[in-house]
Design a protein around this ligand. Sequence first.
Ligand code: SF4
Length: 417
Amino acid sequence: MGQFNTNEHVIIDDVEPPLIRSGESSDSPHPHHQNSRLSDAQYPLDGRIEEFRKLHFPDATDAMWNDWHWQLFHRITTYHDLCRYLVPMAEEEQALRQASTLFPFSVTPYYLSLIDPNDTQGSLRKCVIPSILEADHQSGESDDPLSEEHTTKVRGLVHRYPDRVLFLTTSFCSTYCRYCTRSRMVGGHTENLLKHWEEALSYIEEHTEVRDVLVSGGDPLTLSDEMLGYLLSRLGAIEHVEMVRIGTKVPMVMPQRITEQLLTVLKSCKPLYMSIHATHPDEMTREAAKACDALADAGIVLGSQTVLLKGVNDSVETLKNLFHKLLRHRVRPYYLYQCDPISGSAHFRTTVDKGKQLMQGLRGFTSGYAIPQYVIDTPGGGGKVPILPAYEVGQDEQHLYLRNYEGKVYSYPTERE
Ligand code: SF4
């Protein structure tokens, strides 16, 4: 899935989800695996979800709430919708009323239920409810900071690195992240990417150097089981494609989508990797945990990607908590992204020094598995560059001097070439 952003073409209105086929079963709640690790204390927001349901959807049965079609159908997409659940702040109201300036707004009832309506500075609230600050475009920002348009070979297919491609399969997401890198093209206000699938598949077939395909968007897990099954089977039939990755935020914003039928489709593609976009520990509810467990049980290799966001997750405690929760459910923290300079994202961006300090606060203080790689996706399309705090502090003819997590300096004998 895309890393993340805002732009100028905008709709604040409902957008139809692509491809929910009429024949697709909706009575297939996501698997409720028994898991001894799911103790109540670890999921403090579960009570809030229940209260929200009772208050706002008293007639919704468990089957309805746990049906992803129901979640999509009941998305909150307008200012008036939102006012039924919370009182928008002035900055939010301005943003939502200025339909001509902002990236589309959409949030599932499930994800909105995680937001405390009385906490105007809530982390999840900032992630999905527009603010007028998005209209503040600063120098150095761009609608396409990664220059994906320049490496787009056919519509929806970005070929930037030698052996892998990014396949943008849909422009739809159930919930729009305010810092989305691809907001220039997600939201249903651009051309429908589906009609370019065949061209993109032909390109991959013809380019035998492509061994890795990242299926992203938009959020590919909002596609129907049929469409996803078709896509995975076509990719699976290409001999030189050795692995497929899916980028998605669905397990965090609409975990109800992880149904037995979906797992059957995903299991048919081997090896399948999934990058789950996870932002804050509050997202790891019991439902999200079950979704991750079910995906892991299905043999899918799970990693996470997180965007570092000011006022949302820019503390060691928050990040550590998030990464520990992910690991408990077999999701390996993979990338921590410095927020891309997307138009209107200044209020989300931390300094790079802050990012390095956070990494320094993690390294050595928790398991290596809980530490993602901190990267900057270089503007202009240069690709990801890892950023590290200064651990190498000097070198002479015999030694390399290294600073450890406690600030102590150790030497390593170097060899002459
Ligand atoms: S889920 Fe959608 S809105 Fe959020 S970052 Fe991914 S592509 Fe962008």
